[in-house]
Write a protein that binds this ligand. Structure first.
Ligand SMILES: NC(=O)C1=CN([C@@H]2O[C@H](COP(=O)(O)OP(=O)(O)OC[C@H]3O[C@@H](n4cnc5c(N)ncnc54)[C@H](OP(=O)(O)O)[C@@H]3O)[C@@H](O)[C@H]2O)C=CC1
Ligand SMILES: CC(=O)N[C@@H](CCC(=O)OP(=O)(O)O)C(=O)O
Length: 340
């Protein structure tokens, strides 16, 4: 079978990344792509890197037409606009992978306070599977709607959740210090992402106020069964893509020097049959996973703390690669199909 894919909001960076991945996917095809102002143009006019590889004419959104022609819609829109569109698509009968944060959190009041919007489809908050196949593959396989994870949360949840579940680290003494490439902010023009603002400069932002903090806490809590608290500080760095998260934790009990090997063993047990999560001995760098769906993580002892380091590509495992992985699970394909 070949999965027929609709790309909704195709003109942005995550849309481009999905289209690129579909070029090499043996069991899925791009059937249609939507845009607002650019409707009528070829997708390769909007994304010249696709020329000669994959093409179609951009269309205005029509949920009924998508339901007739496609098996799944990848919804690459900003939050709130995305939930509205996902509702129309699901009601028309198409399965949806939502790239936004609209259905990731368990709690409606938490979502509405962190995102400062009234949720357009509140009935599905807390009733949508989180699209991390490493933990939720069975639910993803039968889902009508999948909440694709946030980029920073992916780089924190994958290392933290197994360690909290195993009781190896303290739950309320966790600092997540993350650096992202500029593509994480999307393709639309903003002063903060101009070349002169970002080149040769690195800056923290949204300190204590970033909306990925509740997502990390919520998901690690759901996966491990234990509530956690994190301090999360994101930084914008002068690179196109990639996320490096350096996570400072404290060990529980008196494992001492054996804690780092215990952490590696815990991760190896959880991730041994997961195709994209790799426990490594070297210090991971964004360059080691760039343009791939792979995740690298390691642990080191440092004074009375343990430092966990995790590298991902924000547009691959942090967004579009994860979405392809979820699509593969939803349609009974090999998780790594199109992602090798
Ligand atoms: N970039 C990243 O690394 C990651 C992004 N995400 C999430 O994925 C989604 C897409 O991100 P990304 O591709 O980077 O964003 P972009 O800003 O690059 O693209 C988003 C697209 O959505 C369309 N759009 C914007 N506003 C609206 C609206 N009000 N109604 C309908 N369509 C709209 C635009 O298309 P047009 O104007 O042509 O119609 C635009 O091209 C977002 O929810 C983002 O938070 C998640 C993880 C990582
Ligand atoms: C570098 C940068 O600006 N990154 C974005 C996060 C990426 C993202 O799109 O996250 P959501 O899907 O949760 O919205 C930010 O900090 O808002």
């Amino acid at each position: 079978m070949s999965v027929k894919v609709a790309l909704v909001g195709a003109t942005g960076y995550t849309g481009l990344e999905v289209a690129r991945r579909l070029v090499g996917h043996p069991d899925a095809n791009l059937v249609l792509a939507t845009a607002r102002a650019d409707a009528g143009k070829q997708i390769s006019q909007v994304h010249p890197s696709l020329a000669g590889l994959i093409d179609c004419q951009l269309e205005k959104l029509d949920p009924e037409s998508i339901a007739k022609r496609c098996d799944v819609a990848m919804c690459c829109l900003p939050h709130a606009a995305s939930a509205e569109t996902c509702q129309l698509l699901c009601q028309a009968g198409v399965r949806v992978i939502d790239f936004s944060a609209d259905f990731r959190l368990s709690s409606l009041p938490v979502y509405e306070s962190w995102y400062s919007v009234t949720h357009p489809w509140p009935q599905r908050v807390g009733r949508t599977v989180y699209g991390m196949p490493e933990f939720f593959a069975d639910e993803i396989a039968t889902a009508d709607l999948v909440a694709n994870p946030g980029c920073y949360p992916t780089s924190a949840i994958l290392p933290l959740a197994p360690l909290i579940k195993a009781g190896l680290i303290e739950q309320n003494d966790i600092i997540v210090d993350s650096k992202s490439g500029v593509s994480g902010a999307g393709r639309s023009a903003k002063v903060g992402t101009l070349y002169c603002e970002t080149n040769e400069s690195i800056a923290a932002y949204a300190v204590g106020q970033h909306r990925h903090q509740p997502e990390i806490e919520d998901l690690v809590g759901r996966i491990s069964g234990e509530p956690i608290e994190v301090v999360f500080t994101p930084h914008l760095t002068p690179m196109n893509r990639g996320i490096l998260s350096t996570i400072y934790v404290r060990g529980k009990g008196d494992a001492g020097e054996t804690l780092v090997p215990m952490i590696h063993q815990c991760w190896n047990e959880i991730y041994q049959d997961k195709p994209f999560v790799h426990v490594v001995d070297h210090l991971p760098a964004t360059g080691h996973v760039s343009m791939t769906n792979h995740v690298q993580m390691t642990a080191r002892a440092a004074g009375n703390r343990i430092v966990l380091i995790c590298a991902i590509d924000n547009l691959a495992k942090g967004a579009s690669g994860a979405a392809i992985q979820n699509m593969n699970v939803m349609f009974g394909l090999d998780q790594a199909s199109g992602l090798r």
